[in-house]
Design a protein around this ligand. Structure first.
Ligand code: NDP
Length: 249
């Protein structure tokens, strides 16, 4: 995060930003943070009650009214993604930012022990669904003045590690997708594409992955939001193809 970046209250004013997995953890914090900096946020996720709770929080705080879009990334078809794109186009006429955040952890065991079902679920939700969603929304991002496409990686998306299996492979794939799209889109239409490794953050996923850890030793999702705000705001409009870390390594 550049030292000179200061997230002003209106740094995302008038932006339309879609966040996947917006009902919990880092996605929830990102949705609330984007809204509190002026964005209209489209809350996408699989558990409607969680999305409604975030919607209500945004409303109670007096931020721009959000929109809820329930979608289960495991089963969604190309038609579902096209319908989502058509709905955003109809309701807002535009999309300025897309944060790919939803992920599943899958089995924490060796590749030798990983079941094909779990492998396929993780690769589908964490990678294939991102491809499909990106493909459906790219045309709208391309027409935004400074479109921002942001992927969520992990330290095991940059270095493989025992027992991280399909999740690690999906995050390596995510980094590849980021680099390819950065190379394809930015020059063509100005859409910048980057990735964030959040680092150890106190969420359900982290607590599941590290049951023996004291959750309070990791920062809450709110603490890592400045980087997310930077990458969605026009301050980063010339930044493309970069891998960011939200916390010191
Ligand atoms: P959480 O498990 O807390 O939240 C994940 C979100 O994704 C939830 O809202 C969940 O919905 C949603 N989601 C999962 N599967 C689907 C699906 N099939 N369809 C729609 N939505 C789905 O995880 P985090 O907030 O910790 O993780 C956010 C991102 O950060 C992930 O990409 C993760 O890999 C990455 N990350 C997190 C780290 C950490 O320490 N927390 C470290 C490194 C990377 P629901 O709540 O309804 O289940």
């Amino acid at each position: 995060l550049p030292a000179e970046f200061d997230a002003t209250a209106n740094c995302l004013q008038d932006k339309i930003i879609l966040v996947t997995g917006a009902g919990d953890g880092i996605g929830r914090a990102a949705a609330l943070s984007f809204a509190s900096h002026g964005a209209t946020v489209v809350l996408l996720g699989r558990t409607i009650e969680k999305l409604e709770a975030v919607y209500d929080e945004i409303e109670a705080a007096g931020h721009p009214q959000a929109a809820i879009y329930p979608l289960h990334l495991r089963g969604a078809s190309q038609h579902d993604y096209e319908e989502l794109a058509a709905t955003i186009e109809r309701e807002f006429g535009r999309l300025d930012g897309l944060l790919h955040n939803a992920s599943v952890l899958g089995q924490r065991r060796s590749l030798a022990q990983t079941t094909q079902d779990s492998w396929e679920e993780v690769l589908h939700v964490n990678l294939t669904a991102q491809f499909m969603l990106t493909q459906a929304l790219l045309p709208m991002l391309a027409t935004a003045e400074h479109g921002s496409l942001l992927f969520t990686s992990s330290s095991v998306g940059r270095q493989g590690r025992a027992f991280w299996g399909a999740y690690s492979v999906s995050k390596f794939g995510t980094e590849a997708m980021m680099q390819i799209l950065a190379d394809e889109e930015f020059e063509l239409n100005g859409t910048r594409v980057n990735s964030i490794n959040p680092g150890a953050t106190n969420t359900t996923m982290r607590r599941t992955a590290y049951p023996g850890e004291n959750p309070a030793n990791n920062p809450d999702p709110e603490a890592i939001m400045p980087l997310y705000l930077y990458l969605m705001s026009d301050a980063s409009r010339t930044v493309n193809g970069q891998q960011f870390d939200a916390q010191p390594k």
